[in-house]
Write a protein that binds this ligand. Sequence first.
Ligand code: HEM
Ligand code: HEM
Length: 196
Amino acid sequence: MIRNGKDSYGLVAIVLHWAIALLIIGQLVMGTIMVRMANQRLAFDLIQWHKSFGLLTLALVAMRLAWRLANPMPSYPGTISDLEARAARGMHRLLYALMVLLPLSGWALVSVSVLAIPTLAFYLLLVPDLPLAVSERAEHVWMLVHRQLGYVMMAAVSIHVLAALRHHFRLKNGLLLRMLRPSRFREGAGRNSDIV
Ligand code: HEM
Ligand code: HEM
């Protein structure tokens, strides 16, 4: 129930998946809006919240990766071809890479900024800058990297969500349900199991 089973996600993996998904989608929306705002005062406040939620996301992603190493991915039902299973795992790897690199690039961006605005997470915790050289050029580069990674994340999440909806509504194979409730699949049935 708490840990992943052979064919099911456990409670921890499910809670972390949805908490991080909510945070990342919120961050993509907030980031896109805040950099295009006319009201500079509000934009500044939103950037401080954006930094805080971004670092919280990074901490949760670190926990998720650690949990993932201790809990192997559940296997797919037999109705899913090997090619499709490989494509899904490839997409999950890309999502994990982006979940780490996107907040790290934001942290790098504020660390090299010539404005040197301190990062006070949730107005409580002073977060040290990454040990990178401060310069206008570096700030520009990290800003571009952060923005482009944001676009790649938007595309990857859209494909991931469309795939999840296809599995649920067209293929009706229960993959979405196993990410919603723990132990939906029969335990111990392996690669060729069906949903019970
Ligand atoms: C889940 C994590 C994050 C996501 C999805 C995310 C996403 C974004 C997006 C989409 C933008 C707007 C880019 C543009 O259109 O120009 C943005 C801007 C920004 N992000 Fe993040 N971000 C994340 C984490 C962070 C973190 C951890 C920090 C710093 C500690 C950070 C600092 C910034 C800053 C300073 C900007 C404004 C850049 C500018 O002034 O143009 N972000 N972010
Ligand atoms: C920013 C948003 C999201 C990210 C970064 C993300 C990431 C991931 C990752 C990395 C996995 C692999 C499983 C694991 O290791 O924990 C996964 C699984 C899954 N996600 Fe998402 N996800 C997001 C949003 C969504 C949304 C909105 C849906 C539903 C419409 C969804 C549905 C699923 C399903 C059904 C699985 C299980 C697939 C399987 O059993 O192989 N995800 N997600």
